[in-house]
Ligand binder design. Structure first.
Ligand code: HAM
Length: 406
């Protein structure tokens, strides 16, 4: 049997129903914060990701889906949303009028699949092109937090750190290099390759042994310059004011190269469902104007799993009325009643197949129909129908124009 490629999934039925419901809730929140939607291509020239996500990151080194197209261009499926949005903003000169953008997009990473980790996954994210100001950082954190609150996820932990600016990094890089010099022989092959090319990436190594050694490494938060420190302290002060539960995590460096200053993740059940941060040099480095930015992205599948686990939103498309038919003589009549009920905004389904009544009622139960209407010869002639409440088993006779809940 042909199967979907490893790390991909088909999404349908109740899961897709909940998926769309959450997408709608999130879209409304983005609009409330005056963010505008953008769609960018599923694939880009590979160079874009090398220059943004970073050549030495795992995402580029191990996980990028890259290929040469028929004309020999080096193309990659997008592993995340930020780079494409910035490329599009530079190319279409969006910065003046559209400085708050949001997206829903598939992303592709060649990771080892497991629960909550896929090779094709879906992200929803926001990018805010704005000055480096703690209030803008806070705006982005408040936006992500609002998405969590409105989907019912209240006890999620925010982990936050600062990676400083170029000046803080210079000081820190020396200290880190001294530490790594002494320990490099104990680190994995990948870390040895990263050594001296991009030492910060070593801090993000997923190898357990490396993580243990790295936990002793100096922390960037202890090397912040006065400006970065004051910015970080102000963000924390305001997070306290808005009563968002957080933990300063000095080890949080994130897996992408473009971050400066604030970085954060929202964690649920030991897993990041959202990650983000500030990127003050990225737009300029990609050939755009000297504009700074901050943003985040949610992993949609992980968000969905979290919502399902707390049962906050119903993920069933409950039918209001199911109309069963005794014979095909009633098909047209069933359609007419369904049409009227749908005009009154009821959710209706009806039988148009040669199925006996018993299996139709079984089907109505399986889709959790709240009311059942059975149509036969007599109902067609009198245009009076019996409406049955499936929960209470009560039944009422109604004119087809006056059908309602009871
Ligand atoms: P990221 O942390 O790489 O950041 O991804 C964001 C979220 O996508 C993660 O927190 C996680 O929930 C989800 N995710 C990542 N990989 C997978 C996977 N293999 N399967 C399922 N879910 C996954 C970014 O992508 C940045 N572009 C976020 C950002 C936007 N920073 C600033 N602006």
């Amino acid at each position: 049997m042909l199967k979907a490629p490893r790390g991909t999934r088909d999404i349908f039925g109740n899961e897709l129903f909940l998926w769309s419901k959450i997408e709608n809730i999130i879209r409304e929140i983005f609009y409330k914060f005056n963010f505008i939607e953008i769609k960018t291509p599923m694939f880009e020239n590979t160079e874009l990701f090398l220059r943004s996500v970073g050549n030495t990151s795992d995402i580029i080194q191990k996980e990028l889906y890259s290929f040469l197209d028929k004309s020999g261009r080096n193309i990659s499926l997008k592993p995340e949303g930020t780079a494409g949005v910035i490329r599009a903003s530079i190319e279409n000169n969006l910065f003046l009028n559209f400085n708050k953008l949001f997206y829903f997009t598939s992303c592709f990473r060649y990771e080892r699949p497991q629960s909550g980790r896929y090779r094709e996954f879906y992200q929803t994210g926001a990018e805010f092109f704005c000055d480096n100001n703690y209030l803008n950082d806070l705006e982005i954190i408040l936006l992500a937090h609002e998405i969590l609150s409105k989907t019912g996820l209240k006890n999620i932990e925010l982990k936050i750190n600062s990676l400083g600016c170029k000046n803080c990094r210079k000081k820190y890089d020396n200290e880190l290099k001294n530490f790594l010099d002494k320990n490099i022989f104990r680190l994995c092959d990948d870390c040895n390759i990263r050594f001296n090319k991009n030492n910060l990436r070593i801090l993000d190594c997923k190898n357990k042994n490396c993580q243990e050694i790295i936990s002793e490494a100096p922390k960037i938060l202890d090397f912040l310059c006065d400006d970065c420190k004051s910015n970080f302290d102000l963000v924390i002060k305001k997070i306290n004011k808005y009563k968002i539960k957080y933990e300063i995590d000095k080890s949080l460096v994130r897996g992408l190269d473009y971050y400066t200053q604030i970085v954060f993740e929202f964690i649920y059940n030991d897993r990041a469902i959202c990650g983000g941060g500030r990127y003050d040099n990225l737009i300029k480095e990609l050939g755009g104007p000297d504009i700074q930015g901050v943003g985040f992205a949610f992993g949609f599948e992980r968000l969905l799993d979290a919502i399902k686990s707390i049962n906050y939103l119903s993920f069933e498309n409950n039918i209001d009325f199911y109309i069963a038919t005794i014979s095909n003589q009633e098909f047209e009549f069933a359609q007419e009643i369904a049409f009227n009920l749908r005009n009154k905004n009821f959710l209706v389904d009806y039988n148009l197949r040669k199925k006996n009544l018993k299996s139709q009622i079984k089907f109505a139960n399986s889709i959790s129909a709240q009311y059942l209407i059975v149509l036969g010869d007599q109902e067609r002639k009198t245009r009076l129908v019996k409406v049955k409440n499936m929960a209470t088993r009560d039944e009422k006779e109604m004119d087809i124009n006056d059908i309602e809940f009871f």
